[in-house]
Write a protein that binds this ligand. Structure first.
Ligand code: NCD
Length: 370
């Protein structure tokens, strides 16, 4: 069911990215899910639609039972050696939705790594017991490194990147786009099943706020949103935490309008979506971000009168002071919906990788209308 056109994906990418994407995909389909650049608008639409179908099917007991038959012959390893609440738990829930049995390694201190075994050997071992590795790791690029290591093993299994150091968090970006699609469209605003096959971003201004230098969710989401002509992206951060040059360069080469800014107050009334992020101070080398006045990059209730009525407030969470809890009860607050959307989107991605998307579509068409 996937329809990744290789030419589409590589369009406008640096050739090394094109090579990486070609390696991570198999026969133009997602095999490893490691980089946001692997996902073109066709695949994003398919995944949003699949998420919606899984969500609808899960609403009944019979539907829930059907879904758990799809992958009950497979096993997943959740190898999360960096702290995680939502990504980890939503992946476990997604596995449960599809009947996929899973095991976890979260603390390398309980593995043979304390005896000197390398992380590489650990994943080589995992690949012999499980059918997929879903992983989070503090080192940038490690998930891709693992995918390449597994190429040389007798069994090559898919790798899903649940966050790799400062660089990428593609499944968060997918759930973010799914959330935006759901907020910018309604089942009746576009005809029938086309809800996820349109470009709902035309004329929309989406702002990223906070630590945009070290926030991996913003990098991955940039790669996805830059595929939608007509959107405007605004990056609002203290100058010291402005996006890295690779993002700026990517946006320059894209067809999408973008702006670098440092004044949230000025933009708050202009935005259709505001994507808040916390200070990523775990990456500080010498406590340097302590000197930054982050309060200027906080969204507070006193700004609410300026909000557009249909503003979408997002946050990948965890939050600190930058997103006032007093905003939670506003209709514009969508971050709890984002959390739930993550479970459906991750189930959809796993279903796509294991090619049970066709069975889900068939079941859906038999019992529901989209
Ligand atoms: C994000 C992450 O881990 O990058 N959280 C998440 O996955 N929901 C954002 C963050 O930690 O700030």
């Amino acid at each position: 069911m996937q329809s990744t056109a290789e030419t589409d994906i590589t369009d406008g990418l640096q050739s090394d990215t094109a090579e990486r994407v070609a390696f991570l995909n198999r026969n133009s389909k997602i095999f490893h899910a490691v980089l946001a650049q692997q996902f073109d608008t066709n695949v994003i639409s398919e995944l949003c639609e699949l998420s919606e179908m899984i969500r609808a099917i899960s609403a009944t007991r019979q539907g829930t039972q059907f879904l758990t038959t799809l992958l009950n012959y497979r096993r997943a390893m959740l190898y999360f050696t960096q702290p995680s609440t939502r990504t980890f738990l939503s992946f476990t829930a997604a596995c449960q939705v599809l009947g996929l049995r899973y095991n976890t390694v979260r603390d390398p201190k309980t593995s043979s790594e304390v005896k000197g075994e390398s992380e590489e050997d650990t994943v080589r071992v995992l690949s012999q017991y499980f059918d997929i590795i879903i992983m989070r790791h503090p080192k940038a690029g490690f998930a891709e490194h693992v995918a390449r290591i597994l190429e040389h093993m007798p069994r090559t299994i898919p790798v899903i990147n649940g966050g790799s150091g400062k660089d990428q968090h593609p499944t968060q970006a997918l759930l973010d786009v799914y959330t935006l699609f759901r907020c910018f469209t309604t089942p009746t605003s576009v005809r029938g099943s086309r809800r996820y096959h349109c470009n709902p971003f035309v004329g929309k201004t989406i702002a990223f706020v906070g630590d945009l230098k070290r926030g991996r969710t913003v990098r991955s989401l940039t790669y996805l949103l830059a595929r939608y002509p007509g959107v405007k992206l605004v990056y609002i951060s203290p100058p010291e935490l402005a996006p890295e040059e690779d993002i700026v360069e990517y946006m320059r080469r894209s067809d999408v309008e973008f702006e670098m800014a440092d004044d949230l107050q000025k933009w708050v009334g202009e935005c259709d979506a505001i994507y808040m992020t916390r200070l990523q101070d775990e990456h500080d080398v010498a406590g340097e971000s302590k000197k930054i006045d982050y309060s200027r990059y906080s969204l507070t209730l006193d700004m609410a009168p300026q909000f557009k009525p249909n503003l979408v407030i997002m946050h990948p969470l965890p939050r600190r002071g930058e997103l006032d809890e007093k905003l939670d009860s506003l209709p514009q607050a969508k971050y709890w919906a984002q959390v739930r959307n993550g479970m459906w989107m991750r189930a959809a991605l796993i279903a796509l990788i294991f090619e049970v998307d066709g069975a889900i579509l068939e079941h859906y068409q038999n019992y529901y209308t989209l």
